[in-house]
Write a protein that binds this ligand. Structure first.
Ligand code: AMP
Ligand code: ZN
Length: 385
């Protein structure tokens, strides 16, 4: 585009919300107030989808040191230079860990890494803060996307000399996510989520990790809370804590140390730290309801910065206690795999049997089947008999 133009105007012309992209010129981040020359080449790197353009003027200065800013965080009404932004990022993680008692210095932390910006940023910041953090990469078998994700996770581990545990769903369990989506009764995203939760917990248990950390960020948590609230799914709302305690009977503690940071912030942090992450989204996620909730939140956020944080952080401060219930379900080992479950067979083994066209053991009694059926809809044909 010709003429010296502000990045913001260029983005606006393209119909792009500045809060949803990183703008990179000659390998450095630039803010929306920066001006572009005719022959400047910029990369507009998406961090989230959806949104609407907005207006604002004046050059941006770092809130901490008054130097030239590279990133604007509208929610805090602030902009930061690179080093001060990294400081801000670490502070938010420190605060998250402290206020939810997520992990201690001696804990062995298993960071679930997808190869994307959030989980690699998380692993990086935990290593930087000198926690004992190993990575876990789960190969989901989603074509090129999974290949690139695995490479990014391995490259990061190699560079930092950190331990990476790898599990391949197809090798270990005989199916991949696209197949499970086609053959099972669950949606692709549901069976993928189920597999991740199962493998994370199992690996942590078997290898003696104290806590599992995932890269869920503020946008993820706000969108999930919006979805749960629209359905008034009170059981899920109650479980949306950034730290779920472990249980003696086989559930490992789970934490989300990035819950105070937006998707834009995790992308900027990864970029500034030189982390080579996979930019593309999972190709199977298109049209996913979670994405629609994110878009809806972004539309509101672009007009009223801070809404997402108020919604989710406000929930934690003032509403979460209204939803908590006694967790009195007793867990026993799955008859197929030995992992903790409330029924005879865990949800993962049931889904797997269905995808592989196998039958699990004989049902113990009609009553027990009825109980398991009401726990979640599942086809009776996966039971023998
Ligand atoms: P998602 O479910 O894709 O929104 O990812 C949420 C979190 O799960 C990420 O931030 C990671 O911590 C973790 N995760 C996602 N995909 C993988 C994977 N293939 N291997 C290990 N961890 C993953
Ligand atoms: Zn099982």
């Amino acid at each position: 585009m010709a003429g010296r133009r502000r990045v913001r105007d260029v983005l606006s012309e393209l119909g792009v919300d500045p809060d949803t992209v990183l703008v990179i010129r000659e390998r450095t981040l630039i803010t929306p107030e920066e001006r572009l020359d005719d022959d400047d080449e910029i990369e507009i790197r998406p961090v989230i989808s959806g949104g609407a353009p907005r207006e604002r003027r004046g050059a941006m200065k770092c809130k901490r040191c008054r130097g030239a800013a590279v990133i604007e965080v509208r929610r805090h009404n602030a902009a930061f230079c690179g080093p001060c932004f990294e400081h801000h990022f670490r502070e938010q993680v420190r605060r998250a860990i402290k206020s939810h008692d997520m992990m201690g210095r001696d804990d062995r932390v298993l960071v679930a890494v997808s190869g994307g910006k959030d989980s690699l940023a998380l692993w990086d910041v935990l290593l930087d803060m000198e926690y004992r953090a190993a990575g876990l990469y789960l190969g989901l078998g989603i074509g090129d996307y999974s290949d690139r994700s695995g490479l990014a996770a391995r490259a990061f581990a190699g560079e930092r000399g950190a331990e990476l545990v790898e599990v391949d769903l197809a090798t270990e369990y005989g199916f991949d996510v696209p197949t499970a989506g086609r053959k099972g009764s669950r949606s692709t995203c549901a069976v993928c989520g189920l597999s991740k939760r199962y493998v994370f917990n199992r690996v942590a248990l078997e290898r003696g990790f104290d806590v599992i950390a995932t890269g869920h960020n503020l946008d993820d948590e706000a969108a999930t809370l919006l979805g749960n609230t629209l359905r008034w799914d009170t059981a899920y709302i109650a479980r949306q804590s950034p730290a779920l305690p472990g249980r003696e009977d086989g559930m490992v503690k789970k934490v989300k140390p990035l819950y105070r940071l937006s998707e834009l912030e995790t992308a900027a942090y990864s970029f500034l730290r030189g982390i080579d992450y996979v930019v593309e989204e999972c190709p199977l996620v298109a049209g996913n309801t979670q994405l629609r909730y994110k878009e809806a939140m972004n539309t509101i956020e672009s007009r009223s910065p801070g809404t997402k944080a108020q919604f989710f952080l406000g929930y934690l401060d003032r509403a979460a206690h209204l939803f908590t219930t006694e967790d009195d379900a007793s867990l026993s080992p799955c008859e197929e795999c030995g992992q903790p479950t409330t029924g005879r067979f865990c949800a993962f083994c049931r889904a797997r049997a269905q995808v592989l066209g196998r039958k699990l053991g004989e049902p113990a009694s009609e009553r027990q089947i009825a109980g398991e059926l009401s726990e979640e809809v599942l086809p009776a044909e996966i039971y023998g008999g």
